[in-house]
Write a protein that binds this ligand. Structure first.
Ligand code: GLN
Length: 469
């Protein structure tokens, strides 16, 4: 059942928040031992909140599942890492405070790649998450648990975080809606930082309307996050059904080149045709610096990560190594034992590109290319209202099927990274299914990108493109 339908049932008295929570707990025990989307959940705490739920509020009585890198007071916040395996949050993130103010109940901690580094959720140090459409496959990542639970109907909606695609790509692989808001649209206070100039929190939902409802609740300025904009939050629901007639939608030629699975291409092209049939004008465009997005991101994101993750020193948070010989040994052992291989790789990469002698060659050059990528979009948006593309080059791959070459994994982020580098909003919506690599009916996602703070228009186009399955 969608969030919007449940809302109606709650206000008409057909169901109660407690009944919804009990039903979800039943679905979780029935299916989640297979899917592995939930790291933990606390039914008693949620029921206590449900007892006081104000059903007149926009999300009154609706449980929302939370990625395990967003702090909820009194609940675990592991970030999918052994480092924080036993960490309990001492406060609510701003998005959680806002969800509560809108009447929602945070319920469930969702698996993820460790510290959000990855695209498969296989980098979680805690458990495997499977794709509900095919349990032999990855759910995508890093917000794999948040996407898989919504697809598996063990969650009504969830929050994820997106630094280079971590909301949109798992949404695409699991056949749900995933929205990465503009940089600065949603507060990051209480999100465990990965790469602070790229990170955004956003919703994963069954429908575009549900995504609009959750965004409405979490968007807006926050004195606790200086990067969060105080710009007015428009009404994301009022124009949702206005359609695409007369809108110009850009098709970047760089996003439809070699290396795209034919099934992905076919579905995305069909979705574009469907929008054209509704009166949108399809305009070929170019984003000439696209080919540099992966290299740029994989300098900037690890650089910021190496700095952000220096706070995990074995003293202030989480794991502390036993019997250190001195303080340096304590830092080293705690980090060696607490972090998994991908996190270590990013810290080493990031430290390298920031070190004196290499800073100008890598970090500072990456920042310049980032500007060129942002200008690509600025110039494209003088010609078109939004941009359409695939989310990922292929449907979900097999679990354990990574080539073992990190570069190969990084390349699969090619279509999602640029939006984070440019700070613009992006959404993934289901656009049919395809047969792939011996499996039938795997979901494919359509990505829509809009200008900075253009979420209302983005959602309106997404709504027009939404396929009812
Ligand atoms: N896959 C990308 C990475 O590994 C993006 C992750 C994210 O958006 N958190 O960095």
């Amino acid at each position: 059942m969608t969030l919007s339908t449940l809302r109606q049932q709650l206000t008409s008295g057909e169901t109660t928040p407690a009944a919804i929570l009990h039903r979800l707990a039943g679905e979780i025990s029935a299916r989640d031992s297979q899917t592995g989307a939930y790291l933990s959940y606390n039914l008693e705490a949620a029921l206590a909140e449900a007892a006081n739920a104000d059903l007149s509020l926009p999300l009154g009585g609706i449980p929302i599942a939370i990625k395990d890198n967003i702090n909820v007071l009194g609940q675990p916040c592991t970030c999918g890492s052994k480092f924080l395996e036993n960490f309990i949050s001492p406060y609510d993130a701003t998005v959680i405070r806002k969800l509560r103010a809108a009447g929602a109940i945070p319920f469930g901690r969702m698996n993820q790649d460790e510290f959000a580094m990855g695209s498969s959720t296989e980098n979680s140090a805690l458990q495997i998450t499977r794709n509900p459409h095919d349990p032999t496959r990855i759910p995508g990542g890093s917000s794999g648990g948040s996407a898989a639970a919504v697809a598996d109907l063990t969650a009504i909606a969830s929050l994820g975080s997106d630094t280079g695609g971590s909301i949109r790509q798992p949404a695409s692989h699991c056949g749900v809606v995933g929205l990465k808001p503009s940089y600065g649209r949603v507060s990051r206070y209480g999100l465990v930082a990965f790469a602070s100039s790229l990170d955004q929190i956003g919703p994963l939902t069954q429908t575009v309307e549900d995504a609009a409802r959750v965004l409405q609740a979490i968007a807006g300025g926050d004195p606790l996050d200086s990067t969060c904009l105080d710009a007015p939050v428009p009404d994301y629901l009022s124009g949702l059904n206005d359609g695409v007639k007369g809108l110009k939608l850009g098709i970047p030629k760089e996003y439809f080149g070699e290396g795209i699975d034919p099934g992905v291409r076919k579905n995305v092209e069909a979705a574009i045709q469907a929008l054209a049939a509704q009166g949108a004008e399809i305009v070929p465009i170019s984003l000439p610096h696209t080919e540099h997005a992966v290299a740029t991101y994989y300098v900037i994101a690890p650089a910021e990560a190496s700095s952000n993750l220096s706070r995990f020193d074995g003293i202030r948070y989480g794991r502390r190594a036993e019997n250190p010989s001195d303080i340096l040994d304590l830092y080293q052992k705690s980090r060696e034992q607490g972090f998994g291989p991908e996190v270590k790789r990013r810290i080493i990469l990031g430290t390298y590109v920031l070190s004196s002698g290499y800073y100008d060659a890598y970090y500072s050059r990456a920042q310049k290319v980032r500007t060129l990528i942002r200008r690509d979009f600025e110039s494209a948006f003088t010609q078109v209202d939004a941009i359409l593309s695939p989310v990922a080059p292929s449907p979900a791959r097999k679990l354990g099927g990574s080539s073992g070459d990190p570069l190969h994994e990084y390349l699969s982020d090619i279509f999602t990274l640029a939006a984070n580098l440019a700070g613009i909003p992006g959404i993934s919506i289901p656009c049919g299914t395809t047969d792939f690599d011996g499996s039938k009916n795997l979901p494919v996602g359509l990505q829509i990108l809009a200008p900075h703070l253009g979420e209302a228009q983005l959602l309106r186009i997404a709504k027009a493109a939404e396929i009812k399955s």
